[in-house]
Design a protein around this ligand. Sequence first.
Ligand code: GLY
Length: 396
Amino acid sequence: MKHLYSIFPIFLFLILFGCKTSKTNSNAEKVILTTAQKQYDILVQSSHINLSKKNNIPRTIKNEKTIFVSPYDWTSGFFPGSLWYLHDLTDNEKWKIRAIEYTEALDTIQYWKGNHDVGFIIECSYGNALKNTNSKYYENVIVQTAKSLSTRFHPKAGIIQSWNSGEKWNCPVIIDNMMNLELLFHASKISKDSTYYNIAVSHADTTLKNHFRPDNSSFHVLNYDTKTGKILDQNTHQGFEDGSAWARGQAWGLYGFTVTYRETKDPKYLQQAIKIANFIMTHPQLPADKIPYWDYDAPKTDKTPRDVSAAAITASALYELSIFISKKEKKKYLNWADAIMKSLKSPIYLAEAGKNNGFLLYHSVGSLPHKSEIDVPLNYADYYFLEALSRSEKLK
Ligand code: GLY
């Protein structure tokens, strides 16, 4: 009986997030979804003419023009993923047809060993596809991608290398890499090969040990000696400074440890997710509307940009986290996620139909230190917003 209680949240997750459900959208949600569909019609139209070209996936806007990227860009899985969520939220077959088209355009990524981002790319596209189809071929893509990603694992250090060695770093591992573990867990389930599961657990354990500071914020980049596992440097790449809390990094950590708890049921990952959530939720620099500035520690003025992508990832993660929390605490996380979503649905952040070149959300930041993508729409902000919308609908 005790055992049944301990696995109940897994069933609940599968029922809520893993299966297709009938549509019960509230009126307010219907309005949002009508706008979202009009926006994604625009994006599909604008990219469709490019489908035969290499760069066909809408990522952001620069100088008022939509920027399209190739399947090898780390964000390429989010557009097909958003199309899958539109299908999930509306039951409209049109989105499924488009989702399949853009998912299958990422076919070659399964063999790519050049970057850790294959987990993001393939799980958001093919991973979501498998919630809607029983394709053996899609399953094979997940397993082949896990094989490719596993070549970046360094057993002595216990981590998956994020980017390739360069002048600055020998073996950089970024907190974002926690997001690639879901694909490894998925591949183990499909293939019944525990290798991928064990690599994911090793990476999570090493990240838990090394990436976090006493206040439960995380470094962005750790540079490892792969032979000894020694940490050579603690740096940032996209944050304000090495010791600061880059907003999206904190969101990746929260989401990644929540998934790792879902897949392993090891309470230490749940505790870490809760610690990160509490860091975010109690941060004195978090604005009242709960949409963080791009870095929690960056000096603040009226012009300091917010990062909507960090907020959307956090909302989606908190919806999932709330499932695993005791009844007493659950409300706190659910209410917080709802409050983020309320802000994101306001006209400050959510574009009117026909605006924003078809993207849903304004005001994200890609990399401020590189002067890249500051205060723009980003396809991954849209993706996690739609995922959060879907999760909140199912929870209700
Ligand atoms: N994973 C890259 C980023 O969050 O910008």
